[in-house]
Design a protein around this ligand. Structure first.
Ligand code: ZN
Length: 198
């Protein structure tokens, strides 16, 4: 029997991790030697007991990406609460960071320079927004859309799914069914610079 290193522990290159007959080393982070799955890279050992698989997550690449105050993100609105909007961050300073699972929250006070009464009047789920990071709390970030270059950058009609267009100040319209919505729009609404389709 070998001494099993616990999942979640930092391992070094060459460390024997599990017996090959019991676990499958996934991707290129492990190799097999003398019937043992060993670490091919240093990083955090992840053992999936139900799938009987092993991977090592090298934290170097994600640690290089540390969102900081003033950075610009884009992301998708996934939740609208009474006083804040939840956003899944997709790009950070125009680099794709979707796989990091970063979450942004826009508090109602940071939505606009004008007064906003109800957040579901000016945002809808699936809206793509651009925002600025103003504070961090764990893996979540406080973000703000209260500047002209910030706010919703693309939105689809909630009735027919077509791309909404700018109608006037704070108004967007569906060219297909004429549905219109109030919206906190960035000044390049409908034609943003970021890569948004993956
Ligand atoms: Zn429509």
């Amino acid at each position: 029997m070998m001494n099993e290193i616990q999942s979640g522990t930092f391992v070094n290159i060459g460390d024997p991790l599990r017996m090959e007959e019991q676990y499958l080393g996934k991707n290129d982070s492990t190799y097999v030697e003398d019937g043992k799955v060993c670490a091919a890279i240093s990083g955090i050992l992840k053992v999936n007991e139900s799938e009987r698989t092993i991977t090592i997550e090298n934290t170097t690449s994600t640690n290089e990406i540390v969102p900081k105050h003033g950075d610009i993100i884009t992301g998708e609105v996934y939740m609208i609460r009474k006083s804040s909007v939840g956003v899944r961050i997709q790009t950070l300073n125009q680099k794709l960071v979707m796989d990091l699972g970063l979450i942004g929250n826009i508090h109602v006070a940071n939505v606009s320079r004008s007064y906003v009464d109800k957040l579901d009047n000016v945002f809808q789920k699936t809206d793509m927004i651009r925002a600025k990071i103003i504070a961090q709390r764990g893996k979540e970030y406080s973000i703000a859309t209260n500047a002209p270059n910030l706010g919703v950058i693309t939105s689809t009609c909630k009735y027919c799914g077509k791309e909404m267009q700018r109608k006037g100040k704070g108004q967007s319209i569906c060219p297909f069914c004429n549905h219109y919505d109030r919206k906190i729009m960035a000044n390049d609404f409908g034609d943003p610079v970021e890569v948004l389709k993956f």
